[in-house]
Design a protein around this ligand. Structure first.
Ligand code: TRP
Length: 341
């Protein structure tokens, strides 16, 4: 018989979660319902690390002032939406140097062809043909470094990031096979409900973080009257039934949003609005969003009033993250054959 007590140290380590979000644009209800809202509750089951992926934000042109403000805003928002910095490791990616270091090392175990096949790279290249920089190409390798540094088991992401997690697995397996088991090979996990939220003004396009002036995106920090206005103006169709279907993209999107806000299914939302007209339905979705976002905005505003306290939280998070990251990074340097001092 095996001695259980001896095994315990390793097998009973709680599984680890890592995820990150870029401080580009303004976080939307789509980001929240599609991914972020599930982050706080994961601490019940996992040891969680969450980062503001500021290093990833410079792969597309961004003003220094904007990067700085976006990063602070997102960091505070993550706390405001429920990520307790005492129960999770919350940090700014650029505060832990190991991310850039491991990225360079992993570049040498990533094939040019593999990185070339990334859909997001191809899309972004098309959108900004005059700024197809090497960082944009390298983006998924930095992402792999983020994940692998912490030996994460699970990576909660929106479905547009699954291909990047797949590449991360390929890199991890290649390194493990070339040397010896070094990295935990992670799995990507998309949420059950509301994985894809579309624009309210063009329900065939993703709800974007940079839809500045338009009414297509609901931002997490929008005041209630703005949220209501955006929902009331949401594009629908000339039918009258609140029912999800392929040719009713607008209504389907609103049903998805409503279901995600109430942690229920689209089918049960359909039943709830069986006899409702579009105007009533849209107002009800708006109200649900307002109520969900109100406490988040209030907590956010309180956090932003004390910049010093926010800095301290960043500092503490970076220290905890760096300690774990260093262990992995040291191992990687050693295995490759670098002389260590
Ligand atoms: N690329 C991710 C996105 O755009 C953000 C990200 C950066 C990330 N590093 C990560 C997500 C590591 C998961 C794990 O949403």
């Amino acid at each position: 018989m095996e001695n259980k007590n001896v095994q315990n140290t390793d097998t009973e380590r709680r599984k680890r979660v890592f995820s990150a979000i870029k401080p580009t644009g303004n976080p939307t209800l789509g980001n929240y319902l599609g991914a972020m809202q599930y982050w706080p509750q994961m601490a019940d089951e996992y040891d969680c690390l969450y980062a503001v992926a500021d290093l990833h934000a410079i792969t597309v042109a961004i003003e220094p002032k904007e990067l700085r403000e976006n990063s602070k805003r997102l960091f505070a928002l993550l706390i405001a939406m429920g990520i307790d910095p005492e129960k999770n490791i919350l940090f700014m990616q650029s505060h832990v140097g190991a991310h850039s270091e491991l990225c360079w090392l992993l570049n040498n175990y990533t094939m040019f062809g593999e990185a070339s096949r990334m859909t997001q790279f191809k899309d972004k290249s098309k959108k900004a043909p005059d700024n197809i920089n090497v960082g944009l190409f390298d983006y998924p390798v930095l992402m792999a470094a983020d994940i692998l540094l912490y030996q994460a088991d699970v990576v909660p992401v929106g479905d547009d990031q699954l291909q990047h997690v797949e590449l991360c697995r390929t890199i991890a397996n290649r390194f493990n096979n070339r040397y010896s088991p070094t990295f935990t090979v992670p799995v990507g996990k998309t949420p059950k409900y509301g994985a894809r939220i579309f624009s309210l003004s063009d329900p065939t396009a993703k709800m974007g973080k940079s839809d500045g002036a338009g009414d297509g995106s609901v931002f997490l920090l929008d005041p209630p009257e703005v949220i209501m206005r955006k929902f009331k103006r949401a594009v629908t169709d000339c039918d009258t039934k609140v029912k999800a279907s392929k040719d009713k993209a607008g209504i389907t999107n609103l049903l998805t949003i409503y279901a995600a806000l109430n942690n229920t299914t689209v089918e049960s939302a359909e039943r709830e609005f069986e006899n409702a007209d579009y105007a009533t339905f849209k107002a009800r979705v708006g109200e649900a969003a307002v109520e969900r976002l109100r406490p988040i905005r209030e907590r956010y505003e309180a956090l932003r009033r004390d910049e010093g306290a926010l800095c301290e939280i960043m500092n503490a998070g970076a220290e905890k993250a760096a300690r774990i990251a260093k262990r992995t990074l040291d191992k990687v340097y050693k295995k490759i054959g670098f002389v260590r001092i």
